[in-house]
Design a protein around this ligand. Sequence first.
Ligand SMILES: Nc1ncnc2c1ncn2[C@@H]1O[C@H](COP(=O)(O)OP(=O)(O)OP(=O)(O)O)[C@@H](O)[C@H]1O
Ligand SMILES: [Mg+2]
Length: 355
Amino acid sequence: MTFLSVQALSKRYGKVSALDDVSIEVPAGSRTAIVGPSGSGKTTLLRLIAGFEVPDSGRLALDGDLLAEGRAGVPAHRRSIGIVAQDGALFPHLTVADNIGFGLERKAPDRDQRILALMDMVELARTMRERRPHQLSGGQQQRVALARALARQPKLMLLDEPFSALDAGLREGIRASVAELLQAEGVTAMLVTHDQAEALSFADQVAILRDGKLLQVGPPRELYMSPRDPGTAAFLGDAIILSANVSGGWADCALGRIAAPTACDGVAKVMLRPEQVTLSPVSSDGLEHRLANGSRYGRIVRIDFGGASSSIAVSLLDERGDHEGPLLIKTTHVDLPPVGSHVQIKVLGQAHVFK
Ligand SMILES: Nc1ncnc2c1ncn2[C@@H]1O[C@H](COP(=O)(O)OP(=O)(O)OP(=O)(O)O)[C@@H](O)[C@H]1O
Ligand SMILES: [Mg+2]
C-alpha cells in the first residue's frame, strides 16, 4: 500500500530546475534510498516532502492525507515527518540531551530515560549529554541529529546523508541499528546517500536522480543487474560494458559467448558486474591452441591492491594477440597472480543487454 505518494513534483530556483516532474510511490514501512550526483536534487526532494520548501507544481500525499498541491500545503510542523538534515542543523545553544529531547514533552516522567536510550541507540556515550554541539566531532553531531529525529517517533523519516561523517565500522553498525529500529517501529524511511553499497543494502527500493529528473526506480537487485543505460549502471557500482552481437539468448563479445536474455537480438552494448568475472592463473604454454578452442585468456597488466577488494587490469588475448584496452576486474582474492602472468577468464551468469 502506498504510504507516501509523490506526483509530478517540480521545483525551480531561478533558472535552475532543481526537481523536474518527479513521481515516486513509497510503500508503508519500506525504505527508499535516493542516489545521484551532487546537485541532482536529492536534498530538494526531501525538503519539499518535509515542508521546508514549497513546490512549484505537483502533489504530495502521506497516508491518504494531502500534504501539498502546487503551492498550497500543510506546514512542516504538522506533517509528522522527521528529517535529519545534511548538515545536522543542531541547536547550538542547547546541550546534547536538550537537542535530542527537543520534541519530547518537557514534563514527561520518562523523558531522561528516553534520551539516554536514544543516545545508546546511536552509540553516543552517555557522558556527552551535557556537551554542546561545538564540543562534538562531525560524526557525533550527526548522531545527535539522528537521535533527535527518532525521538519524535515520526511516521516518515527523511535522512539526508546521516552517516557521511562516520568511519566505515561505526557507519555499518549504526546503519544496521537504525534500519532495525525503523523496521521495529514501522517507520517508513527515505535515505539520501552517496555510498552505493549503503543504498543497496539499506533500501527496499532505490531511486536514481540526475539533473532533477528521476532516471530509474526499483528494487536494489533489479537496478544493479538491469540498469536502464550505462550511465545509470555506473551509479550503483563498477560495470564492464562491452559491444556485443546478441542472438537467441547469447551475447558474443570480447569475453566470448555469454548467456543473455532472449528477445533482444542485434548489435548492442552489454554489461557485466566485475564480480561476474573470474580469473584463474594458467601457464602460457600452448595458449594459441587453447585460444582457437574458444576459451578466453588475458594477461595481467596492473594490480591495484585494495585490501578486501583489489582491482586487476587484464589485457585480453585473442587469436590475433593482445586485445585493445585492458579490462578492469574487481576481485576479493588475496593470492593475486603477479603482473605479466596469464589467466583464464570465465563469466558467471547472464550479461545485461542495454536496449
Ligand atoms: N535555496 C536554493 N537557492 C538556489 N538554488 C538552490 C537552492 N537549493 C538548491 N539549489 C540548487 O538546486 C540544485 C539541487 O540541489 P540539491 O541541494 O537538491 O542537490 P543534492 O542532490 O542534494 O546535492 P548534494 O549531493 O551535493 O547534497 C542545485 O543546482 C542547487 O545549487
Ligand atoms: Mg544534498
